[in-house]
Design a protein around this ligand. Sequence first.
Ligand code: HXC
Length: 268
Amino acid sequence: MESPFKEDILKGKVALLTGGGSGIGFEISKQFGKHGASIAIMGRRNQVLDSSVSTLLSLSIPAVGFEGDVRKREDAKRVVESTVKHFGRLDILVNAAAGNFLASSEDLSPNGFRTVMDIDSVGTFTMCHEALEYLKEGGPGRCSSSGGTILNISATLHYTAAWYQIHVSAAKAAVDAITRNLALEWGTDYDIRVNGIAPGPIGDTAGMSKLAPEEINSKAKDYMPLYKLGEKWDIAMAALYLASDAGKYINGMTMAVDGGLWLSRPRH
Ligand code: HXC
């Protein structure tokens, strides 16, 4: 689908996306690039990085990939620094890296719980922490007088509860708290806006195929009247809105982009 936004809304901006080489993260990378941004992607898998960067380059989007794991502070620091070295500045950080699998609380080991917390929550904080210096108003290489912006990809499952996803629910609840607290502190001190997006079920993603196999998917439609799949495009458009000047007065919000699904109740 064509974008409803003008193609220069992110002109001159530099965006770093963790998990930006596949799924929802890659669609955001692509749409940010199509709207004028230069793109740095951080990921653990070199093959994924290489193929996503060549796709972006083939669309004439300035792009670079950096191998790294958000669980390692030294990787976070190196990738943020390499991004600024490569493109001269950093304006937008998108935390899209996430780990996930289904496991009942009874079967999930504490280390399994910790692994997802480490990737989603601690990883998000670590990236924000290492990027701060560059996102600050007047930070190195930044020519604008305003601060940069951060987008954290969350979920809606912790608004209520989710079967076999206690680790992810806890991790995403922490992500939302990080979003609000950084919005307060860094919005006040550095004019940095920090927001989140909570996607509903999005077609053609690792999350959907791992977490909602077809039988769950079709059953869901019976008891959740608002159940309908979204597209990666929907999330990317919300990201464009929040990261561009269109969202300049929005800070500390996590926007649910799920067609209202989390409100869904059976009709009676
Ligand atoms: C139970 C599991 C498990 C599983 C791992 N563990 N997979 N437990 N069921 N399927 C446990 C292990 O037993 C181990 O605990 C601990 O977790 C660490 O496992 P490792 O394999 O060493 O971890 P690692 O190699 O770092 O892999 C991380 C991962 C992996 C999260 C486990 O699946 C991953 O990174 N996946 C790719 C990312 C991904 O899936 N992205 C899609 C996100 S979609 P023990 O005790 O044995 O040592 C998304 C949507 C959210 O986030 C919202 C949905 C609505």
